[in-house]
Write a protein that binds this ligand. Sequence first.
Ligand code: GLN
Length: 483
Amino acid sequence: MHQLTLAEIARGLADKKFSSEELTRALLARINQLDPQINSFISVTEDLAISQARAADARRAAGESGALLGAPIGHKDLFCTQGIRTSCGSKMLDNFKAPYDATVVSKLADAGAVTLGKTNMDEFAMGSANESSYYGAVKNPWNLEHVPGGSSGGSAAAVAARLLPGATATDTGGSIRQPAALTSLTGLKPTYGRVSRWGMIAYASSLDQAGPLARTAEDCALLLQGMAGFDAKDSTSIDEPVPDYSASLNTSLQGLRIGLPKEYFGAGLDPRIADLVQASVKELEKLGAVVKEISLPNMQHAIPAYYVIAPAEASSNLSRFDGVRFGYRCDNPADLTDLYKRSRGEGFGVEVQRRIMVGAYALSAGYYDAYYLQAQKIRRLIKNDFMAAFNDVDVILGPTTPNLAWKIGAKNNDPVAEYLEDVYTITANLAGLPGLSMPAGFVDGLPVGVQLLAPYFHEGRLLNVAHRYQQVTDWHTRAPNGF
Ligand code: GLN
């Protein structure tokens, strides 16, 4: 049963081949048996899962239907879940039980999805390797010595290892698409504002966006349908109708204009990844797409701009964790200053502390104009590049990552080397655009992803292109050895 996709599960439940409770128990047993190898869960919510599965079975017995009714999923551990630890991968929130559900969590629960647990992640979603979690590194099921990508590495590893058919994740600079690429999954970062951020612990508020990780585009469509929509509780949520994402999956690609940015194929890209990306382009051409080279000239400025803006926003967002109101508090503080200093010093890990320092510096009087304001200007130039490109093409295609999944620990002494892994994903966050990564092959047994970007609110187009590609390729159906 663990090999079933969400779409297959929906059919199996509708045809009464199995119940949600049976499926949920089978997956919980698999998590208990296999997760010690990959460490993809921070909390397994067995009791909640069984009671939600029974409720879903009862709703079906009463005549209700729905693609997610009874479907088992996991939530990245930065979505608040009422009464359940919501740690954000940090010692700071190790003792935090959220008093309410995030909008994403409650919407999926209303649709009947069953929560099996909270997945591991880089601390406060900062990272590209899932090594900075207080709960230990996550391992890539394709090769246990390698990273699964981050920061949504727990969600990705769990789905890749067939412990879950799908999971929620978030993407601030690539944290859905990059782990999708490194674990051979399909992952979608929606347009900024498409999915509510309410109840999602903030990293960089102008960049954060929640989305699905699953094995197929078809499954991502089902999950996005359950997540997307206006929410008055999030002031940046956009009041646009949500299209039927499953309905457009099979649209023909005849005449689809694909842009290949020349900057995405230059120095720094592993040539073996470049070859697989080109092979995916050939497949899409066979399906009727036409390809042209385009340019995104300001892309080279994206990493420096992001690593000013994201830490600046993080330094502000994380100021609330002060040892006073909630979260970790140090023992026996001498006075209030000591309480702040030691609670934050002991509660946050090194990468989080580094980002807070960089961010506070970039925002400080005298440096704000030199760094933060400059970075925001670059952000506009990057957006303008995309707007110009989308006058000529319908989607932009390139590699999701410049390199394969690296060995755990290989970049630990060089944070900048890890930052550079986000070179192709970060621009979509700076511009607020939707992006998707889909499996496109393997090198030395490690997965490779292809990234597709589209204009605002064209998630349906991304899912359509990926779905058509998945009809003629089988990369997304392969499972890692031992899982
Ligand atoms: N790797 C990037 C960072 O550390 C992106 C993380 C994310 O998307 N949450 O900021």
